[in-house]
Design a protein around this ligand. Structure first.
Ligand code: NAD
Ligand code: IPM
Ligand code: MN
Length: 355
């Protein structure tokens, strides 16, 4: 039929565990989407064939409406090319240049900060997703010897920087803060600064500011409420989005979207990885995957349903019906069931709630 096809990559470790409740959410919303689950895109396949993502897989992803990914990563593969061969390949092959990572404090109780007037984080990290240190340009000489020299090029283009800055303005509510290290990293720093001044001229209606990445890390901890949209390069965005996740309760609640607004391609995934330390124990927090599914649902044009999913998560947090990482005692499956019950009958669980 003409129902929309969504590709799903459960992946490794806790990936499949958190994807299951996220798919149950998609199912209960009855959006008329068809799921195309790529169970073979994982570390097992990489271990046995040397490649996890075949050209055929890539085609199925490319031609689908959107993709939902759990996590990839396997301790047996260490820091080999595996994780990059999936994530970085998908991001660059589909030209998903904008990595949208929203952070919001779902409940006061989840903040590690004492000052309750300053901790209510509600911001978005906009991470450039195809360039920078992830460009793949570089090499090493005298490899394996004490004389080894390894080079990874921090590649920045006027086109790449300008389009991510414009994307940041397109999702801003109040303000945009650009984060770089232009005081130390010369050429790319100057390019970011020049593109930034051009972008600010194109979007005069927003408050704007600039911070060096070290100062940004500090200010995010001391005054997270100061930020709306933070836009930065690939590696600073990677690091700052784990930091902001921690300010909002941890990686268990951090969702993300990899987007190309021009082609409308989208890959939705938790910020977290495969968490080998807790994989198989049944306690992984499914909220990051469920909230990533909410971003996917919104991308498909169902904003109300996406909000309903977020309200269901907020209700579960409010009631303390959460996994151990958030201070609760429920399992992944139990939390999934709480969210489904909330979606079917909002607020029904309220009276049973506990703080
Ligand atoms: P990680 O995000 O997997 O785990 C970091 C810590 O956070 C661990 O203590 C883990 O238990 C905890 N955590 C993460 N998600 C959680 C959840 N949903 N609920 C409760 N606790 C959670 O990062 P890592 O340990 O650095 O990486 C593990 C593997 O995952 C590596 O192979 C790495 O390359 C890969 N990785 C993949 C992705 C991705 O697929 N998008 C992202 C990051 C890391
Ligand atoms: C993320 C991850 C990946 C990244 C790794 C696993 C390659 O940390 O999605 O944040 O750095 O982009
Ligand atoms: Mn990361």
């Amino acid at each position: 039929g003409d129902s929309k096809r969504i590709t799903v990559i459960p992946g490794d470790g806790i990936g499949p565990e958190v994807i299951e409740p996220a798919l149950a959410v998609l199912d209960v919303l009855a959006l008329g989407v068809r799921l195309d689950v790529l169970d073979q895109v994982n570390a097992e396949t990489y271990l046995s064939t040397g490649s996890a993502l075949s050209p055929a897989d890539l085609d199925r992803i490319r031609t689908s409406e959107a993709t939902l990914l759990g996590a990839v990563g396997d301790p047996r593969l260490g820091d080999t090319a595996y994780v990059r061969s999936v994530l970085t390949t998908l991001r660059s092959e589909l030209d998903l240049y904008a990595n949208y990572r929203p952070v919001r404090l779902w409940h006061d109780r989840l903040s590690p900060l004492r000052d309750d007037t300053r901790r209510a984080i509600d911001c978005v990290i906009v991470r450039e997703n195809t360039e920078g240190l992830y460009s793949g340009v570089g090499g090493s000489t005298r490899t394996g010897s004490p004389q080894e020299i390894a080079i990874d090029v921090d590649l920045n283009t006027h086109h790449g920087v300008s389009r991510i800055l414009d994307f940041a303005f397109s999702v801003a509510r109040r303000s945009v803060c650009v984060v770089d290290k232009a005081n130390a990293v010369r050429n790319g720093g100057q390019l970011w600064q020049r593109c930034w001044h051009e972008a600010v001229e194109r979007h005069p209606q927003f408050d704007t500011s600039h911070l060096y990445v070290d100062a940004a890390a500090m200010k995010l901890v001391t005054d997270p409420t100061a930020f709306d949209v933070i836009v930065t390069n690939n590696s600073y965005g990677d690091i700052l989005s784990d930091l902001t996740a921690a300010l909002a309760g941890g990686l268990g609640v951090a969702a993300s979207a990899n987007l190309n607004p021009a082609t409308r391609q989208g890959l939705f995934e938790p910020v977290h990885g495969s968490a080998p330390d807790i994989a198989g124990t049944g306690i992984a927090n499914p909220f990051a995957a469920i909230l990533s599914a909410a971003l996917l649902i919104e991308h498909l044009g169902h904003a109300e349903e996406a909000d309903a999913v977020r309200r269901a998560v907020a209700a579960a947090v409010e009631a303390g019906r959460v996994t151990p990482d958030l201070g609760g005692s429920l399992s992944t499956k139990e939390v999934g069931a709480v969210v489904l019950a909330e979606l079917r009958q909002p607020n029904a669980g309220r009276t049973r709630g506990r703080r």
